[in-house]
Design a protein around this ligand. Sequence first.
Ligand SMILES: Nc1nc2c(ncn2[C@@H]2O[C@H](COP(=O)(O)OP(=O)(O)OP(=O)(O)O)[C@@H](O)[C@H]2O)c(=O)[nH]1
Ligand SMILES: [Mg+2]
Length: 442
Amino acid sequence: MREIVTFHVGNCGNQIGRQFWELIADEHGIDSGGHFVGHHQLQAERLNVYFNEGRNRFIARAVCLDGDPEGIARLQNYPSGKLFNPENMVAGFSSNDNNFAKGYFTEGAELMDIVLESARKEAESCDLLQGFQIVHSIGGGTGSGTTALLVKNLAEEYPDNLISTYTVIPSPKVSNIVVEPYNSILGLPQLIENTHMTCCYDNDALHDICVKTLKLSAASYNDMNFIISHTIAGLTACFRFPGQLNSDLHKLYTNMVPFPNYHFFVPSFAPLMSTHRAKMTKLTVAEIVYQVFNSNNWLVSCDTARGKFLTAAAVFRGRMSPKEVDVQMKNVQRKNQNYFVEWIPNNIKSAICDIPPKGLKMSATFIANITSVQHVFHRLHKQFDALFRRRGHVHWYIGEGMEEAEIIEAGNSVKQFFKGYQGLEAEKDSSEESLLCGSLDI
Ligand SMILES: Nc1nc2c(ncn2[C@@H]2O[C@H](COP(=O)(O)OP(=O)(O)OP(=O)(O)O)[C@@H](O)[C@H]2O)c(=O)[nH]1
Ligand SMILES: [Mg+2]
């Protein structure tokens, strides 16, 4: 069996991570005590990809870390807390105060030996480890700094394994922590260099989905995490249930990433509808396909019509006709040929997993390696630049041993990175200019 080790880092990582495990435990028939109570062979067949089998019960193969001990205590106090191995719960003495430098150089760094030791134990007990997945927010001190350090160490120690991250991007619509652009810009270079796949979850887009699409009165973390954890469960359904396409991290990596550094994915999920609309809408394959390509369902704020798809993958869940899926997906590609780079043939892969998520008859999760993701980096860099030009708040970072030159270097490397996306788009023919302000024809 090809196993995956999961890390939750910081408050956000642990909240979303917990919800992810609750969802997949339920899908595999594991109760909160870790006992298998499922009714179907399919639920058990690939359980070992994510769960360790202990004496009479299954345990999440997860390492949960947070500078803040209360975050870890909270996690353990949930009914699902028993799914986790207490030896893999790593807490510091206090939060890293929204400071990348604390998470990377000082307080977070002190936890790294314990974290890596837990990871080693997990990796050694695997039959054939395929890689790691990390859930975190790049805005927090622990989520940015300690994740960056973790990724660096994992890349050095496990050069043959893949590292994927589920990365929450900060937005002023959701958080008022002024130094988040610093943390993001300082954390991104490690993600660019040392991870293989990064699925971005932009709180800006998630906020708008909650308020505008789902018509909720406000966007709470719980609501946003519900969407995020469902897309992680959707994407990993191919790893967790039998099937051929994108059935492990390596296959997904091969299909999705044409150039190693350009591995930042924009996810979308369907169905996403207000309760009112859900009552009026018949859920069909056509509706699901319409929604995943609709930028209102994209979990990153970027204009789909201002980019090109390098690659994409969709995971449909539920009982549906494969032919219908194929027809609908081909239809979108045919109508929007100009939005797909022509030099990667068959660049959208669709997999179908018969088992729908709980409470739905069908769903789809989609990830796009699309050049418009650059706009998120651009946005973060702009916010960073406005602060850094005035050296605002820099002393917090210098005080933890960072040098100004390191901040400058991180800023330059992110800038260079997002300019690289423009190079990938450069082949656009001029006839596309008229489409720039439009949207995909679905
Ligand atoms: N979507 C989502 N975003 C969150 C959640 N919790 C925090 N965030 C966002 O993540 C950023 C803060 O990161 P945290 O995870 O709270 O910080 P941390 O990693 O624990 O780091 P420190 O507390 O500074 O040590 C902000 O941009 C928040 O808006 C969550 O549960 N869901
Ligand atoms: Mg915290």
